[in-house]
Unconditional design. Structure first.
Length: 187
């Protein structure tokens, strides 16, 4: 079993986001879910992105880094869309990362420096999701040795966020199964 630091998407800590964390917990993993929005949640991705922009993406990363300070170095960093900013930054800059789970998008690795050698990453997105930038994710998968990229049919963004407008139960179950396999390999 591993310890995971999971960062929420632009809509905040929605019930669907928390349900994902609970699925990983039910499999025996320890999951930390810091609230980068101080309790705020938003009904749409656009509203959440506007809020994140008002805070500043650098501040989102700073809040994520602060959330990691009291935790051990040997973590899996996981992010959902906006949450990939702190997850990926920590994976690439904080020593000891066990791996990364990047859901619904990724940031080009050069944003934070070189990808750490022998640090696995698994990424998930829908093929026609305009927010995810799937071509950049494919390039990242080609660039990082052993990276795993799963692209699902459809255009939904937060497709594993149960109760959300983009929720796709079959794709969500595949994502959960694949992430659990990934986590089991690391633990």
């Amino acid at each position: 079993m591993v310890e995971i630091l999971l960062f929420h998407h632009a809509q905040g800590q929605t019930p669907g986001f928390l349900a994902l964390a609970d699925r990983w917990r039910a499999a025996g993993h320890t999951v930390h879910t810091p609230d980068l929005y101080d309790g705020a949640t938003f009904g749409t991705v656009d509203e959440g992105v506007a809020h994140a922009e008002s805070i500043g993406f650098g501040e989102i990363i700073r809040r994520g880094t602060a959330a990691a300070e009291a935790l051990p170095e040997q973590l899996v960093y996981a992010g959902c869309s906006l949450g990939n900013l702190p997850a990926q930054s920590l994976t690439q800059t904080r020593p000891g990362a066990l791996g990364a789970l990047l859901l619904y998008g990724a940031v080009p690795p050069e944003e934070f420096g070189p990808w750490p050698t022998r640090t696995p990453v698994q990424m998930h997105a829908m093929a026609d999701d305009e927010w995810a930038e799937v071509p950049a994710m494919r390039a990242m998968a080609d660039e990082i040795d052993g990276a795993e990229l799963y692209v699902y049919p459809g255009a939904g963004h937060l497709f594993a966020d149960a109760g959300g407008v983009d929720y796709d139960e079959s794709a969500a179950e595949l994502l959960i199964g694949r992430t659990l396999e990934f986590l089991d390999r690391l633990g």
